[in-house]
Design a protein around this ligand. Structure first.
Ligand SMILES: NC(=O)c1ccc[n+]([C@@H]2O[C@H](COP(=O)([O-])OP(=O)(O)OC[C@H]3O[C@@H](n4cnc5c(N)ncnc54)[C@H](OP(=O)(O)O)[C@@H]3O)[C@@H](O)[C@H]2O)c1
Length: 349
C-alpha cells in the first residue's frame, strides 16, 4: 500500500474513539473486540480524557472472564487501571484542568480505550513529571503494596516481611517500598530456567533474600533466620502449598494477609499455627479499601502523593513492561497470561 494511503487509513481509523469492548463474559482474547465508541461532550461534572496507557492486570482478565468479585454491566470496556490526559472539562469541574494527568480512583472505569468521558469524582490527578508507564501502573499494585505494609503490622526498620509471587507487580512494589523503610524482605519466587537473572533483578530493586518455593520448604531455611528476624508480616498472593510453607516461618503473633490467589488453590492453615503461634489471618482488597474512602479522600491522596514522591526520587520503579499499540491487544492478552514472563503488558493508546 502507498505510505500516504496507509497513513490516511491509520489517521481515519484512529480519529474515532476506540476501545476494547466485551458484550459477554469469556476468554478475553475471544470476547474482546476493538470497536469505535460514541463519546458525548462532558456534562457539568464530567471530564473527557484521552487515555495514554493502560496495563493488563490479572484482575482485568478475571473481570472479562466473569470470575471477579466486581462485574460491570455489559457491554463494557475492559481495563481498570491506566493514565490519561484531560482534554475537556464540564462547567462545574474544579479538581482537574485540560492538560492534567489523571488516573482512576476506583475499579471498572474501562481504561482500555483511546478516549472516554468520566465523572470528575472517578478520577484523581497525578503529576505529569513521572513516566507514563509509572503513572499508568500506579493505582492498583503500588497502592496495594503501600496498604499491605502500612495497615496490618507496625513495622520498624530492621523488621522483616515475607512474600510469595515476589516478582509480581505488587511484589516488586513491596520490595521497593520496604527497602525505602529499612524493612528486610524475604522474597519467594517460582523456579525457572533464568532464575539467576530474576534474582538479580529483584536484588537491584532492594530485595534482601530471594528464594524459590522449593528452598522455602527446606530445613536450611532456619539458617536464614540466624541473621534476619522472623517476619511479622507474610503477604500471600498465591494460595495452596506456597502459603502453608510461608506461614511456617511467620513470627509468633504475626499476620498473614492474603491479597491474591494466583495458584487458584485454597489456603490451608495448620491448626498449630493458630494455637501455638497465634498467627492472625486476613484478606485485603484495594477496591474495597478505596470504596470505603470514596467520599473522604485524604488517605487516598496522601498515598498517591507518597508514591509519586518515591517514583520521582527513583525509589519506586514500575515493573518491566512490554508496550503494545491498542490494535495489537490479542498478543498483549496472550503474553499477559504466559507464565514466567515477569513483564507487565501495557497498551499504549
Ligand atoms: N487484593 C487486592 O487488592 C489486589 C490488588 C492488586 C493485585 N492483586 C492480585 O495480586 C496478584 C498479582 O497481581 P499483579 O498485577 O502484581 O500480577 P503480575 O505482575 O501479572 O504477576 C503475576 C504473578 O503471579 C505469579 N503466578 C502466576 N501464576 C502462578 C501460579 N499458578 N502459582 C504461583 N504464582 C503464579 C507470577 O509468577 P511467575 O513469574 O512465576 O509466572 C507473577 O509473580 C493477582 O492475583 C491480582 O489479582 C490483588
Amino acid at each position: 500500500m502507498w505510505p500516504v494511503l496507509r497513513l490516511l487509513r491509520r489517521g481515519l481509523s484512529t480519529a474515532a474513539p476506540r476501545g476494547l469492548v466485551y458484550e459477554k463474559h469469556g476468554e478475553p482474547a475471544q470476547v474482546l473486540r476493538l470497536k469505535n465508541l460514541a463519546i458525548a461532550s462532558p456534562a457539568n461534572y464530567e471530564v473527557r480524557v484521552k487515555m495514554l496507557a493502560a496495563p493488563i492486570n490479572p484482575s482485568d482478565l478475571n473481570m472479562v472472564q466473569g470470575t471477579y468479585a466486581l462485574l460491570p454491566h455489559l457491554p463494557s470496556v475492559g481495563g481498570n487501571e491506566g493514565v490519561g490526559v484531560v482534554a475537556e472539562v464540564g462547567h462545574h469541574v474544579s479538581s482537574v484542568r485540560p492538560g492534567d494527568w489523571v488516573i482512576p480512583v476506583d475499579a471498572a472505569l474501562g481504561t482500555w480505550r483511546t478516549e472516554g468521558v468520566f465523572s470528575e469524582e472517578a478520577l484523581v490527578r497525578v503529576p505529569s513529571d513521572i513516566s507514563i508507564v509509572g503513572a499508568a501502573t500506579l493505582s492498583v499494585n503500588p497502592c496495594t503494596a503501600y496498604r499491605l505494609l502500612s495497615d496490618y503490622e507496625t513495622l520498624r526498620p530492621g523488621d522483616s516481611v515475607i512474600q510469595n509471587a515476589s516478582n509480581s507487580s505488587v511484589g516488586q512494589a513491596v520490595i521497593q517500598l520496604a527497602a525505602s523503610l529499612g524493612i528486610t524482605t524475604i522474597n519467594v519466587v517460582r523456579d525457572r530456567p533464568n532464575l539467576q537473572s530474576l534474582v538479580e533483578r529483584l536484588q537491584d530493586l532492594g530485595a534482601d533474600h530471594v528464594i524459590t518455593e522449593e528452598q522455602l520448604r527446606k530445613p536450611e531455611m532456619k539458617d536464614l533466620f540466624k541473621n534476619c528476624p522472623r517476619p511479622r508480616l507474610a503477604l500471600n498472593c498465591v494460595g495452596g502449598k506456597s502459603t502453608t510453607e510461608m506461614l511456617r516461618h511467620l513470627d509468633y503473633g504475626g499476620t498473614m494477609v492474603t491479597y491474591g490467589g494466583m495458584a487458584k488453590q485454597p489456603v490451608t492453615i495448620p491448626v498449630s499455627a493458630l494455637i501455638f503461634k497465634n498467627v492472625k489471618l486476613c484478606g485485603f482488597w484495594v477496591t474495597q479499601w478505596k470504596k470505603d474512602r470514596y467520599q473522604n479522600r485524604e488517605e487516598i491522596t496522601k498515598m498517591i502523593r507518597d508514591l509519586c514522591d518515591l517514583i520521582r526520587r527513583g525509589k519506586l520503579l514500575p515493573p518491566p513492561c512490554t508496550e503494545w499499540p491498542l490494535e495489537d491487544f490479542s498478543q498483549a492478552l496472550r503474553d499477559a497470561q504466559t507464565p514466567f514472563l515477569s513483564r507487565k503488558q501495557i497498551l499504549i493508546m
